[in-house]
Design a protein around this ligand. Structure first.
Ligand code: 13P
Length: 246
């Protein structure tokens, strides 16, 4: 089975300046190069989503979070149903910045994944250890994976391994480490959901992916794409990353 590859931009709280140009330029690049090696997805801030989706480019869009309820008195939040009705196909859940700053818990993440799955959004579920947790990485990853609901449709699940210490720092694990950690994650998934299902889940790497290191990372046999922060804000850099699959 050939797993689907993804090149996903997480714009975080950025994109006010020239965002339309960036999306158009990435779209033009994907079309010009007839890129088929990965699915290209952009997750901009919520306010930009509908404009981008209505522009009907060839790019797929996703939200950066969703609430675990459909509607109600939750000021400042957005639901999976709202993302779906806006035309999103993807949602990032459990990003380390949200775990840290919004204090998202495993229980809450379990409910978020569950509701996003119900609305048939593809869930980019982020896991990864902090610097102080490197020695107990496997234990941390295993516990983060325990947020996955038992009944999740595997077709809706993408895992993004993002070591927290590699995000925005210019540091990454070595190429060999990235491959072996991804294999560890697949083995952990295999224990949870069974070997054959685990083989079909795309596991992306995220954390300081840039045009210089992308080809080494993206062509590892256990890596099924990238979740890119900083380098996804510049169309030239993101396009070079898209071109890095051999
Ligand atoms: P950087 O690519 O800026 O390190 O960010 C990675 C990330 O957090 C993507 O979700």
């Amino acid at each position: 089975m050939k797993r689907v590859k993804y090149t996903i931009a997480n714009w975080k709280m950025n994109g006010l300046n020239g965002a339309v140009k960036v999306v158009n330029s990435i779209d033009r690049h994907v079309k010009k190069t007839r890129h088929k090696k990965s699915k290209v997805v952009i997750c901009p801030p919520f306010t930009l989503l509908t404009n981008f989706i209505n522009a009907k480019t060839g790019i797929n869009f996703g939200g950066q979070d969703c609430h675990h309820f459909n509607e109600g008195a939750f000021t400042g939040c957005i639901s999976a149903q709202m993302l779906k009705s806006a035309g999103c196909k993807y949602v990032i859940i459990g990003h380390s910045e949200r775990r840290e700053y919004q204090k998202e818990t495993s229980k809450e993440l379990n409910l978020k994944i569950d509701i996003a799955n119900k609305y048939n959004l593809k869930i980019i579920y982020c896991i990864g250890e902090k610097l102080s947790e490197i020695k107990i990485r496997k234990k941390i990853l295993n516990s983060q994976l325990s947020s996955l609901p038992k009944k999740i449709n595997i077709k809706n699940l993408i895992i993004a391994y993002e070591p927290v210490w590699a995000i925005g720092t210019g540091k990454t694990p070595t190429i060999g480490e990235i491959n072996s950690i991804h294999l560890d994650i697949r083995n952990l998934l295999s224990k949870k959901i069974g070997k054959s299902k685990s083989q079909n889940i795309s596991i992306l790497y995220g954390g300081s992916v840039n045009p210089s290191n992308a080809s080494d990372i993206l062509n590892l046999d256990q890596v099924d794409g990238a979740l890119v922060g900083g380098a996804s804000l510049k169309s030239k850099d993101f396009s070079k990353i898209i071109d890095s699959y051999s």
